[in-house]
Design a protein around this ligand. Sequence first.
Ligand code: ADP
Ligand code: MN
Ligand code: MN
Ligand code: MN
Length: 371
Amino acid sequence: MTNGKITAEYIWLDGRKPTAKLRSKTKIINGPVRKLEDIPMWGFDGSSTEQADGHFSDCQLKPVYYIPDPISKGNNLLVMCEVLNADGTPHVTNTRHILAKVAEKFKDQEAWFGIEQEYTLYGKNDWPFGWPMGGYPSPQGRYYCGVGFDEVHGRPLVEAHLKACLEAGLAISGINAEVMPAQWEFQVGALGPLEVSDQLWLARWLLYRLGEDFNAYAKLDPKPMNGDWNGAGGHTNFSTRPMREQGGIEVVKQACEKLGKFAKQHIRVYGADNDKRLTGKHETCSYKDFRYGVSDRGASIRIPMETANKGRGYLEDRRPAANLDPYQICTALIETTCGEGFNPDKYGWGNFEFPEDKVVTAAPNVPLPLK
Ligand code: ADP
Ligand code: MN
Ligand code: MN
Ligand code: MN
């Protein structure tokens, strides 16, 4: 734009229940921006986003992270924001400010996260992209990492998204076609807790926004199609510095044991409708069970083969659903493995109620091949 003016797209999480969605609007500001403080606070009508009632509806937008806008280019920006109340206190839907505190408290642990975002592309008429309208493709088995017009659907959007993320400097580590046709995955990380979370939300925003140009939209529903079709997860790979150092496998093991003790608490923030996905089938462990094991894709927590062989590395929490809020997942993982344990009630969190009559059972763990 002219006169040093740029566009800043302010992006925030709304108050939708049980799963927050993204909202954004454009502000024309003076550029170029050199630091976060150059981006002004802004506001919005919270009564239109389920974040306030009509009588007292102003909410504030506090910029917390920004990247170059790979769509409108130039000096234009995408700006991730926290939502504050009119008096400047964090809004009840602001999960990020909790993670910011927890990340600061345990920063000496140097936690890293790599999040695998699975999603399903839908076309017009709310049916998976490329599927026969109102009908089904042949059974899954050939689509994962497939190539060809008969195997994968939506690659032009997927690749435009990857390119946009890379241009914006997001730490995308890979993409792949998934088991169910029209299902895809990208991975963000490994990064620290706030960075991975902000980047995941921004990568999601870019996916939705680019979908507008391709007549497709991404659904993060954990079980978009009933029947013998894989669900969509948000596997979260996690390590602390002691896990990555020599002998770290022992720390990984201790973390798994602790995660077993807080399985119920974690599941409550791992995504709405996750019980439809964590059935014990389709490469999942039931949400009622907790198991960890080396190379076990039917466990709650998988210890990658490489980590077991090297004796140090990371763990993969396979339970989070595609509709996860990374601010909550990272908080839970850090508090349980580095602190006293995670309690969603402390923050008024939980988008999935664990049925009281169900008990988490810890099945015998697969022994670690310790060398
Ligand atoms: P999968 O084999 O489960 O499909 P992916 O390759 O899709 O695994 O994703 C693995 C993720 O784990 C990547 O984002 C990667 O950056 C991340 N990762 C690798 N090492 C670590 C580590 N030490 N700590 C946290 N995350 C890690
Ligand atoms: Mn993966
Ligand atoms: Mn996957
Ligand atoms: Mn995985």
